[in-house]
Design a protein. Structure first.
Length: 651
């Protein structure tokens, strides 16, 4: 299992939350950092220098992603929400019943009270949060009740002093208006509650302006100690606002789509906000192979990839969050109604609150989130470009190492790798995969159903596939030779394209034939190349699985290659891809043979009728669900054959 380590320069030196994923795409650890670059660099060291649990986590991890935010407080809240959504196996601090504090206003009560609470949220109570630092919140609440003196006592204490008909100590220190003793009327108390709600909802201007005015008055009156306390109170207000809900109100559900445009590529980064909290992220790169010049066209492409095609966020990535109410974009597509209808159709019953709307914010919280998403998109595009450049450098290094280690006269720019697969000699198949410039070329892959293998004989199977492939190469060369007296472009066109009008499949000779196996398979390759007269043109090597040893002609011992070298990794990648391709083809044929074999022995049902029957109905299970009348109703199937099929399927 290899880890896709990002280059340090691609990691932002900014606050954020990071997530480690395993090979199945599950989040196994969520963390936060004041500097993502510094924090993530601490993981990429020798395992002996890591804590045992961290080392175990790094063994399971295959990649790391991150969400960049504006402050360390927001990073902490994003970490909290992601842990609650994904419940990673290596997180213990916030997977249990502990939670961040909320501020609660008990609105259903006759005299609502202000309190700090944790844990389960109660229906009917208005909550604000969660918050980062409970100490700062308690200090802010102390400031609030001095400006808006509402009760903070428990219901039991309130009823006790209500019976006594006198207030508690909080009234005498100006932290409560004493509704228990009837010292405040309903209208005045509700005005205080509205002021607190406005502040906690985000409108801190009124309180901040009042504190600022009081501070200036105190300084003008030379009351410097009081002015210093008011200055500290203003700082508390700022910290409380910073530590507030990271994305928005608790009922907000939206996807914020940030796009960073480039010359040939564009990066899309999506912040998934559910119930006011960031619960997931999506990032992908659009290859601008077609003309995408303006912003609306780019937004259209991003929406199609995100919600219609392979780029759509899965339920696992969003923690089962489903579709949002809104999709926030930088500009509207050319036909907004069409795309809103598309989003509603994709959402189906999963839409939250009915119709999904596209919105372009100009200011406020949504605009700040959009700017944050665009900043993350810019980081993702820079990281993608750096990764591509790195891949190109590693591929060039691998090809150069192979040429040197194998003693080749020219660089192996085209590598063809072969593997065989069978089940005790039955359904013998082979695969050919192609790497050009170190990259797989799936359009050049070929698969072979072998015909002349006597039982379980891997050497004979490899010889057959090589003779068929290289023999076709020689046939194409012979066919491409100009006829006597024929010259010019028309002749060259006729040589390249056959009578059917299709390009020749095997016209390009490989620089290196890589065979899955040891010395025995290498001997087969050398013999076939020699007999066909290609030994001086095409180089051959074999890669043995057990010790990952590379054998070449004329050397009794394997070629010495560093276990972590780019050259060996390139050969392993080709071998593994050929093995995967061969196994897939063999399983497909084996399943097909098992299905058609179930219908063998039915009188009058030959291979053609069996294939047609399965093609029209899909599977044996679907055929079993048919009654005898359904089978006899098939126009092209005789009644006796239909009865025989029914009997075989229901034995």
């Amino acid at each position: 299992m290899t880890f896709d380590r990002p280059r340090p320069a691609s990691i932002p030196d900014a606050p954020g939350s990071y997530q480690f994923y395993d090979s199945d795409g599950r989040v196994i650890y969520v963390g936060k950092a004041k500097s993502l670059r510094s924090r993530l660099s601490s993981y990429f060291v020798s395992p002996e220098r890591l804590a045992p649990k961290t080392a175990q986590m790094m063994e399971c991890a295959t990649r790391v992603e991150w969400i960049q935010v504006r402050s360390e407080a927001e990073a902490l809240l994003v970490e909290y929400s992601l842990i609650k959504v994904h419940r990673p196996r290596f997180n213990v601090a916030m997977v249990d019943d502990k939670s961040y504090p909320w501020i609660a206003l008990t609105m259903p009560e006759q005299w609502p009270r202000l309190s700090v609470t944790r844990g389960r949220l109660v229906k009917g109570v208005r909550y604000f949060g969660p918050y980062v630092n409970v100490g700062v919140i308690r200090e802010t609440l102390d400031l609030l009740v001095r400006a808006y003196p509402v009760r903070t006592c428990t219901n039991g204490k309130f009823r006790r002093y209500e019976r006594l008909g006198r207030p508690c100590l909080l009234y005498h220190i100006e932290k409560c208006s004493a509704p228990c003793a009837g010292y405040v009327d309903r209208e005045e108390y509700e005005a205080c509650m509205k002021g607190i709600s406005a502040f906690l909802s985000g409108d801190s201007r009124g309180l901040a302006a009042k504190l600022g005015s009081d501070m200036e008055d105190a300084a003008a009156a030379l009351e410097f100690e009081r002015a210093a306390r008011l200055r500290d109170h203003i700082e508390l207000v700022r910290k409380a606002v910073e530590g507030r809900h990271v994305a928005g109100r608790g009922d907000e559900s939206m996807d914020v789509v940030g796009i960073e445009d480039g010359v040939i590529e564009a990066s899309v980064f999506v912040l998934c906000v559910r119930h006011g909290m960031i619960v997931g992220r999506r990032a992908f790169v659009i290859d601008k192979v077609e003309e995408i010049e303006d912003g609306p066209a780019l937004v259209e492409k991003a929406l199609e990839l995100l919600y219609l095609l392979a780029g759509r966020a899965t339920e696992a990535e969003l923690g089962g969050a489903g579709m949002p109410r809104e999709v926030v974009v930088s500009c509207l597509p050319g036909s907004p109604d069409v795309y809103e209808t598309m989003l509603a159709q994709v959402a189906g019953t999963g839409a939250v609150g009915g119709r999904i709307r596209l919105k372009v914010p100009l200011r406020g919280r949504r605009r700040a989130l959009l700017d944050q998403a665009r900043e993350n998109a810019a980081q993702e595009l820079a990281r993608h470009r750096m990764r591509r450049a790195s891949d190109l450098a590693s591929r060039q290094a691998a090809i150069g190492q192979l040429q040197s280690l194998l003693g080749m006269a020219r660089a192996p720019l085209r590598i063809e790798c072969y593997d065989t697969s069978h089940l005790q000699g039955h359904e013998y198949v082979a695969s050919m995969v192609v790497l050009e410039d170190g990259l797989p070329r799936p359009s050049e892959y070929r698969r072979f159903r072998l015909r002349d293998v006597p039982g379980n004989d891997d050497f004979a199977a490899m010889e057959e596939v090589l003779r068929r492939r290289l023999g076709r190469l020689l046939e194409d060369r012979e066919a491409s030779r100009p006829a006597p007296g024929v010259e010019g472009d028309a002749a060259r066109q006729e040589r390249v394209v056959g009578d059917s009008g299709k390009s020749k499949k095997f016209s390009y000779p490989p620089h290196l034939l890589l065979l899955d196996g040891g010395k025995g398979q290498l001997g087969v390759g050398v013999r076939v190349l020699t007999e066909l007269g290609l030994e001086g043109e095409i180089y051959v090597a074999a890669l043995a699985k057990k010790q990952e040893e590379v054998f070449v002609p004329g050397r009794p011992d394997p070629v010495e290659m560093d276990r972590g070298s780019d050259a060996l990794f390139l050969l392993q990648r080709a071998r593994d891809e050929a093995h995967r391709f061969a196994i897939g083809y063999h399983r497909k044929l084996h399943r097909k043979a098992a299905v058609t074999g179930r219908l063998d022995g039915v009188a009058g049902l030959g291979p053609a009728r069996s294939r047609r029957l399965l093609k029209e109905h899909g599977s044996l299970k679907a055929l079993r669900e048919l009654t005898l009348d359904d089978l006899t109703a098939i126009s092209w199937l005789p009644d006796k054959v239909a009865a025989g099929v029914f009997d075989v399927l229901h034995k």
